[in-house]
Design a protein around this ligand. Structure first.
Ligand code: ADP
Ligand code: MG
Length: 699
């Protein structure tokens, strides 16, 4: 039975209205969508609490009680129904904001009910909002095992599309299909990995027979989901390695050696050395390199990129480095031409604002091979840009580049250049395996020596004056400061107002003291933005009030303070990136996270994480646990859908490893999935990963 093609609106309990609501709110259309709408937790319904035992720390619970004094309170939108539940040990208030009339007619004051919900404290009273209720005498016999709890939204609840109704709909689907669920893994594989069958797994995920079956059901579904993702992405890697030649870098010659012995400004860290070796061995293998270089902010990725480009030059090739913004490209150009100034190597810069004349000169020098290293923005991807023979392309801060843009690089040569993707957004290993499983990964896990760890403080907005005084002290020592405001969306008028008011506020305090400040945000004209950035980089202005446009890559070692306003509105990886703008010089640096008093649990956790660690990988792990992978920066742009229905990359690392291993074993034996025993896999991969992009071209 093709469950993906059957519309749920015909299932009892659904109907047109709820069907369209389910689609709107959760994207559920078919039987299959619904069956894969997985409970996020299970309640042990065998346990009945007494009212006296209740605390607001408890999750969903049930009590057995009589219900009295049903009355309506308030008027209009505030109107609600309130009743009291008694069980002889205490009183519990029950509150309903909708469905008043129906309820009133239903409750029988003489009967005992099983009342189910999340206890909270309101006005010093223990209460449950929108409890589920069943007559005890009829429901007692259902008190076996676990009840599945599904995520629901306010809109769904208003249409009585509750967790419980969803569970009933699931039951009705099982009735309708009567066990006809197509198995998606071959029998030999199920046996080999001790899995249960799909129909058993799906049934038990919604109606666990016992804790053991629930565990097995979860394992089967998670394992399968992660297995197919790994099979798909590793297949790309296996196939690409088989299909593509790579430029062969056989020698390390004069360019590299001269630089290494005579111009290296500081000894490489062990991590930098190790990564350069890994890259060298890739480029010498005859296969095209596709490597992801992860290194925390300030770990010295630029230098690694430069040394690898020198190896390309030593083998007679050109090299390029591509950055996501003009500011960054320009900065790379300055750093790299600085590093190479005493060598004969030619370095060029190409961005959107390169003048036509200059541009033509660059194009020419590039196509006849005189220009050896080209640094730029997206401008590098334009069709008129033709290299004589580009051997290595470094892509900095990868997540800003779309997949399609990266693919374009490949078409520039018959043999594709080696690709090194550098990212300062540390990605938890599980996410990297899922998103970049087809890339090889190198990690610089060590900062250059002598760095003082940044000290991070949390300050409430009411203490802004003290924070300004602190900034003042640093400015008096000759340092510079960033003050960052949130700009969640370019269209938010509020955000601009806050930013501009913030700027005026900063000026009103610091201008009389003789300090200058500039402002940088996305709506400034590029020329103006560049000018403001330039003034700050050169030290003419001492304070930069900005949005997250300064987030990535900007290097001003003299800046020692990063103040982040409304820090609760930023995600963890953003906070970490912003903080990475300071701590780049020899001085002690500070990051101050300003927030209002009102903090959600999640923002509190983010702030706590930031003040307790500087380790980008640790922060990325917390981020993954808090937000789930869908929101992690880079996953959207990466073009790979990472919408896991069952597994959770924050928690299921072990299962992911097992799944990756299983996929590898199959691909080593049959990289194209052509063998008879692997036909179920081939069909599923095709079905699950329909995509227009030719993935073989994606670095
Ligand atoms: P990121 O990895 O964030 O791109 P950068 O390449 O910008 O880091 O390097 C950060 C700073 O560290 C730069 O000022 C760079 O000159 C310096 N640096 C890089 N490698 C070393 C090293 N081995 N020893 C000392 N300083 C280094
Ligand atoms: Mg960098």
């Amino acid at each position: 039975m093709e469950l993906a093609g059957l519309n749920i609106k015909f299932i009892p309990g659904v109907g047109e209205k709820r069907a369209s609501l389910l689609e709107q709110e959760m994207g559920i259309q078919s039987y299959e969508d619904m069956l894969y709408y997985i409970p996020y937790k299970y309640i042990d319904r065998t346990r009945i609490y007494t009212i006296r035992e209740l605390t607001s720390d408890l999750p969903y619970i049930q009590v057995k009680a009589k219900i009295m004094n049903l009355t309506s309170v308030g008027a209009g939108k505030q109107m609600r129904m309130v009743a009291t539940a008694y069980d002889g040990t205490g009183e519990l208030e029950l509150v309903w904001f909708t469905g008043h009339k129906y309820l009133a007619s239903q409750i029988n004051p003489d009967k005992e009910y099983l009342i189910f919900g999340k206890p909270t404290i309101f006005n010093h009273k223990m209460n449950i909002v929108h409890p589920e209720m069943d007559l005890y005498e009829t429901s007692a016999k259902q008190l076996v095992g676990f009840q599945a709890i599904y995520p629901t939204t306010e809109k769904m609840k208003k249409s009585y599309l509750t967790s419980r109704l969803i569970n009933k709909i699931q039951a009705n689907i099982f009735k309708a299909i009567n066990g006809r669920i197509q198995e998606t893994l071959p029998a030999w594989f199920i046996k080999k990995h001790n899995l249960i069958y799909l129909h058993e797994a799906l049934y038990n995920i919604h109606f666990p027979e016992n804790p053991d079956m629930l565990r097995k059901a979860q394992y089967r579904l998670k394992f399968e989901e992660l297995f197919y993702i790994q099979l798909n992405i590793l297949k790309l890697k296996f196939n690409r390695k088989a299909a593509f030649q790579g430029h062969l870098f056989t020698t390390v010659g004069d360019y590299f050696n001269d630089f290494y012995h005579n111009h290296l400004p500081f000894p490489l860290t062990d991590a930098q050395k190790r990564v350069i070796k890994e890259i060298r061995s890739d480029c010498g293998s005859g296969k095209q390199m596709n490597r992801l270089l992860q290194g925390d902010v300030g770990s010295g990725k630029t230098l690694v990129a430069v040394m690898c480009m020198l190896i390309a030059l030593d083998n007679g090739y050109q090299a390029a480095i591509m950055a996501p913004t003009e500011i960054l490209a320009t900065q790379h150009y300055e750093t790299i031409s600085g590093l190479l100034k005493d060598t004969p190597i030619s370095v060029g810069l190409l961005t959107g604002s390169t003048k036509k004349k200059e541009r033509e000169i660059i194009h020419e020098a590039l196509s006849d091979g005189r220009l050896q290293i080209l640094i730029g923005t997206h401008a590098l991807l334009e069709d008129v840009v033709n290299f004589k023979n580009v051997g290595l392309v470094v892509i900095d801060e990868q997540h800003r580049f779309g997949v399609a843009q990266r693919a374009k690089l490949w078409q520039k040569n018959t043999i594709p250049p080696h690709i090194l993707v550098m990212t300062a957004t540390p990605i938890p290993r599980t996410l990297a395996m899922t998103l970049y499983g087809d890339l090889d990964v190198s990690v610089i896990d060590q900062l250059p020596p002598g760095r003082k760890p940044i000290t991070t403080h949390h300050a409430f907005e009411t203490r802004r004056l003290q924070v300004y005084k602190f900034i003042q002290k640093e400015l008096e020592l000759g340092r510079q400061a960033y003050i960052v405001y949130p700009m969640i969306s370019e269209s938010e008028k509020m955000d601009y107002r806050n930013l501009e008011e913030g700027y005026e506020h900063v000026m009103s305090y610091f201008a009389p003291l003789g300090y200058t400040a500039d402002i940088v945000h996305g709506k400034l004209k590029p020329a103006e933005k560049e000018e403001h950035m330039r003034r700050f980089v050169s030290g003419e202005t001492r304070i930069l009030v900005a949005t997250t446009v300064i987030e990535v890559g900007v290097n001003v070692p003299n800046a020692s303070i990063m103040v982040i306003e409304s820090a609760e509105r930023f995600g963890l990886s953003q906070l970490h990136q912003l903080r990475g703008r300071v701590g780049r010089g020899a001085e002690q640096s500070y990051c101050i996270l300003m927030t209002s008093y009102k903090l959600s649990n999640e923002s509190r956790k983010r702030i706590e994480t930031m003040t307790s660690t500087n380790d980008g990988f640790e922060i990325a792990e917390v981020d993954l646990k808090l937000r789930g992978p869908g929101d992690i920066e880079g996953t959207q742009q990466s073009g790979l859908t990472c919408n896991l229905r069952v597994a959770n990359l924050g928690k299921d690392g072990r299962i992911l490893n097992e799944a990756a291993q299983a996929a590898t074993i199959i691909l080593e034996d049959d990289p194209l999935l052509q063998k008879e025993v692997n036909q179920t896999f081939a069909t599923q991969v095709k079905r699950l990963f329909k995509t227009k992009i030719n993935w073989r071209y994606i670095s």
